[in-house]
Ligand binder design. Structure first.
Ligand SMILES: [Zn+2]
Length: 461
């Protein structure tokens, strides 16, 4: 079931059917996706029914049973809601979806259309469908397109020529596609083998691969730079569309626990280990232009330069958004130096003293004296949160890999899937078919970039 209707984008007119059944059961991942879809649809219905009103303290959203909930936005642009759904799961609840729909001013279809769509998202208990061919068009086309596009871009990988004796090697293309297939399935180890077998049967990979082989590749640190290059590559069709970017980081948790000292009480406990994904996102489409994965101790500021530089390699940046964690003169200076404008909120103890960075003072004055104008730009930062939400709700936020290099690559596989899905969504928006894309590859900027650049890989066994 594809989210062709992410917040922040145009609303699709057609009904998207939900019929994601394997042997009569929805799997956990697809169930989670459809719950999330229903929250969104319910939110859009609330917005359409004009149940949202703005007050001094925030937005009051009247729920379907008459209950009222308060949705607030803090100074960093984070939404929260007083409802139970939000407090328990911390997921974007239907009330926040409603507020976002009202704020974005998107034109919603009629109430009856929305209700029909909501109904279609109800979990079905229907007769068994034995194989993938029973997926609905919407479902199978996203999955098919994802792997076809992936296969196409992976064919740009230049395989290493030298072979070392004694060790069987598989093409890196196959390894990458199988890794993405495993991550996309949200299954671990042996349970993903069936999905990888189907990828072989469908011709996405050239040979059958054991799950252990896929795991071997998943932990290779060399795969990190290849995956990062692929993610950046898939963002390049958007170079003429995206000029405003939003940066943030968010955690992905692992199954491992590590010792953790609670300073307050002086006792040592165990805490779940997690990794941080730092991303820079184009605010119109939610495409991820740059990415870095670090451990949870890394600060956001430290990763700014790497991400911003990577973004500038492909994009012309007019405005760079980030929350208060990025509020340093160095960062303001770097953004200004590229010709872009920094939209980063100041903290209470910031002063307007430029200390040589004049854009700091300029933005400080705008922030203090014309908050409305500042926020007019800054609200676009929400899109980076939407992007993390899309990523986590669709591809999962708990990592299956046990080694750190495996975890890094696993997050990158999720991000690659996200970017390809954004690309597919835009294909639909532009009303082009995938066949058009491959037929017209000479005239597609996307393919030009691929052809000009290629992906050169330094790779060793
Ligand atoms: Zn709520």
């Amino acid at each position: 079931m594809e989210h062709f209707m992410e917040i922040g984008s145009q609303y699709p007119q057609e009904l998207i059917e939900n019929n994601e059944m394997i042997n009569g059961h929805q799997n956990a991942a697809s169930r989670k996706r459809s719950i999330d879809q229903r929250r969104k649809m319910k939110g859009l219905l609330l917005a359409k029914k004009k149940n949202v009103s703005e007050t001094k303290s925030g937005w009051i959203v009247k729920g379907s049973h008459g209950s009222k909930h308060l949705v607030t936005i803090n100074s960093e642009g984070h939404y929260s809601c007083s409802c139970e759904d939000f407090r328990n799961s911390n997921y974007v609840c239907k009330h926040i979806h409603a507020v976002r729909a009202v704020e974005s001013g998107i034109i919603l279809p009629s109430i009856s259309t929305l209700e029909k769509q909501l109904n279609s998202l109800r979990p079905h208990i229907k007769e068994c469908t034995q194989n993938w061919s029973a997926y609905t068009n919407a479902q199978s086309s996203e999955e098919r397109l994802l792997f076809e596009i992936l296969k196409n871009i992976c064919s740009m990988i230049i395989e290493p020529t030298e072979k070392k004796r004694g060790r069987p090697t598989i093409p890196i293309q196959d390894a990458i596609i199988a890794m993405v297939c495993k991550v996309y399935s949200m299954k671990s180890g042996r349970r993903a083998e069936h999905d990888i077998e189907i990828a072989y049967e469908k011709g996405y990979i050239s040979r059958k691969l054991r799950h252990t082989t896929v795991s071997d590749y998943m932990i290779k640190p060399e795969m990190t730079s290849i995956l990062t290059a692929l993610i950046e590559l898939v963002s390049t069709p958007f170079i003429n569309i995206e000029t405003t970017f939003a940066m943030d980081s968010s955690g992905f948790s692992t199954k491992k626990h590590e010792p953790w000292k609670q300073f307050k009480y002086g006792i040592e406990t165990k805490k779940r280990k997690w990794l941080k994904a730092h991303i820079n996102v184009g605010v119109k489409t939610n495409i991820i232009a740059a990415v870095a994965i670090t451990d949870s101790n890394e600060t956001d500021q430290n990763k700014f330069e790497q991400l911003f530089t990577a973004t500038l390699e492909n994009f012309h940046v007019d405005e760079q958004m980030a929350d208060g964690a990025y509020c340093t003169r160095d960062i303001f200076e770097a953004i200004d130096g590229s010709g872009a404008k920094p939209f980063i909120p100041f903290s209470d103890h910031s002063t307007g003293n430029p200390k040589g960075v004049w854009v700091w003072t300029e933005m400080y004055e705008l922030f203090q004296q014309n908050k409305i104008e500042f926020l007019k730009h800054y609200h676009k930062r929400n899109n980076v949160e939407t992007t993390f939400h899309m990523l986590k709700s669709k591809f999962g936020e708990t990592l299956k890999s046990t080694s750190e290099s495996g975890q890094v690559n696993e997050i990158l596989c999720k991000i690659l899937c996200h970017n390809i899905c954004v690309f597919i969504h835009e294909l639909y928006e532009l009303n082009v078919s995938i066949d058009d894309l491959f037929e017209k590859k000479q005239s597609m900027p996307f393919m030009h970039v691929v052809n000009n650049k290629g992906i050169h890989v330094s790779y060793s066994h």
